[in-house]
Design a protein around this ligand. Structure first.
Ligand SMILES: Nc1ncnc2c1ncn2[C@@H]1O[C@H](COP(=O)(O)OP(=O)(O)OP(=O)(O)O)[C@@H](O)[C@H]1O
Length: 459
């Protein structure tokens, strides 16, 4: 197979591959694996060299029968061949440990005439095996993979990252990921929750204060900037910082120095900045409530975290991961019905809402299988009953103070079900799930409610 003159240097290149700690292969332009290092063999085929050499990379890494670009993915080898340059891309590989995101880096190897003869491909796992379980990020959808690729590109540098996304999409976890994959990972990761901080508290918390700086300052207190020295400062909900504090933050970012409250000597800061917000900062700038200059300073590398609605295929892998994480002393699994129910949910609270549902379901489930009824309990239903979302609440029986009028329970149920059924036409199965009853029971109750309503009208 390797008798062609181009393959003469193979043994030398193969032994060079062993000097690379990450999984690495030598590929031909026809996607054939010509040599593989120990780490690659261990990751993809146990330890037997013959199981990978001579096979196609797309077959071993992905289980595909055709190259990645013909399977709807970007193929790094093809891109490298066409551009003649090193390429980097995030791919999901089927390893012996399961599906994993890997940062694929591929470089061309040329002969004396400058023709590309081989490619060296190095695969760095994106998630370190030593990452604590609760900090592991799960997801395989294209929207999530694109986001993860941006994070892994930004992680190695010191660039300021702005994490944008709805509440519960994983912004704080993404900030921890950035820190954990950065050269600063052995130094502190310090979170500052910006919403609700007053100006004076913000200043003394962030910059620290000297002894006697204000009444009650009985000793010198180092601020969070000092605590983050050499590490990462994560400003969560930065869109909530009032204007006067924005000026101070801007000064800190621009000059890299700050003065503790009550001190005249400036101190040098040393942190990598990550900010997050669920707000549209552009709109806040337009409305004049967020400084444009600060916006530009914090957003050289914006990353948008997709909502769960945009990645429905990740709901079950996430639910399974959270179940494993939260039920450590029990062996629990999701029933098929529970999975079917979960993927129908809109999840306005994103992964945090999914997590809350799983956490409650673990407590409500006595057996070993989580069923839809364990997942139903819904905060929105409570708030609807409290009149918080009066537009979703059957108005006929809600009094001005938001509480239901006192009326016989069966009438209340009839009125409630009649209005719900009118709003969910053709969606009885989902409605029954949400109400925690079978579809047949819902049908029976609705029939009864309609009969009673019409007999009341006849009276
Ligand atoms: N990709 C993921 N894989 C597994 N768990 C995740 C993932 N993303 C988020 N989570 C979990 O979802 C929950 C919410 O995440 P996180 O607190 O990071 O969201 P957030 O966007 O910062 O929310 P908020 O805007 O409300 O502060 C956490 O329990 C987190 O561990």
């Amino acid at each position: 197979m390797f008798s062609h003159p181009h393959y003469r240097s193979l043994p030398a290149i193969a032994s060079l591959l062993e000097a690379i700690a990450a999984p690495a292969v030598l590929l031909s332009p026809d996607y054939e694996i010509c040599a593989a290092n120990e780490a690659y063999r261990h990751t993809f085929a146990g330890s037997d060299n013959d199981q990978v050499v001579g096979r196609h990379c797309y077959e071993v890494s992905h289980g595909y029968k055709v190259p990645c670009d013909q399977a709807g993915e970007t193929c790094p080898l093809r891109q490298c061949f066409e551009s003649g340059q090193r390429q980097r891309i995030l791919h999901i590989h089927n390893t012996a440990r399961g599906r994993e995101h890997v940062d694929v880096e591929i470089s061309p190897i040329r002969d004396e005439e400058g023709e590309i003869r081989f490619f060296v491909e190095i695969m760095n796992p994106v998630q370190h095996g030593d990452c604590p379980f609760e900090q592991q990020m799960v997801g395989y959808s294209p929207a999530y993979t694109q986001m993860l690729e941006l994070l892994s590109r930004a992680a190695a540098s010191d660039i300021s990252v702005l994490l944008l996304g709805e509440s519960g999409t994983g912004k704080e976890l993404a900030a921890q990921y950035l820190h954990g994959h950065s050269p600063r990972r052995n130094n502190p990761f310090v979170t500052v929750e910006c919403s609700g901080l007053t100006e004076s508290l913000f200043e003394s918390e962030l910059f620290g204060h000297e002894k006697g700086a204000f009444t009650g300052a009985t000793h010198r207190k180092p601020g969070l900037i000092e605590a983050a020295r050499g590490g990462t400062l994560f400003l969560d909900e930065i869109g909530d910082i009032p204007m006067p504090m924005q000026v101070k933050l801007l000064r800190l970012i621009e000059s890299g120095s700050y003065r503790p409250v009550g001190s005249i000597t400036p101190k040098q800061a040393d942190f990598r900045l990550i900010c997050a917000t669920h707000r549209q900062l552009g709109d806040l700038v337009a409305a004049g409530t967020f400084r444009q200059d600060l916006y530009y300073r914090i957003s050289p590398f914006p990353v948008l975290l997709p909502s769960l609605r945009e990645r429905p295929e990740d709901i079950i892998p996430l639910a399974t991961h959270l179940l494993q994480q939260l039920s450590q002393h029990r062996v629990l699994q999701l029933s098929e019905d529970a999975c079917d129910w979960l993927i129908l949910q809109p999840f306005p609270g994103n992964i945090r809402e999914l997590r809350n549902r799983i956490e409650r379901a673990i407590l409500l489930c006595d057996g070993s299988q989580i069923e839809p009824e364990h997942l139903h309990l819904d905060l929105h239903q409570f708030s609807q009953h409290q009149g918080a979302h009066a537009n979703h609440t059957p108005s006929a029986f809600i009094a001005h103070d938001g509480l239901p009028e006192i009326m016989p329970l069966d009438q209340l149920e009839n009125a409630y079900l009649t209005q719900l059924a009118a709003r969910h036409v053709g969606d009885n199965a989902n409605l029954a799930y949400k109400l925690g009853i079978s579809e047949r029971t819902l049908y029976r109750k609705l029939k009864q409610a309609r009969a009673e309503n019409s007999s009341n009208m006849d009276k």
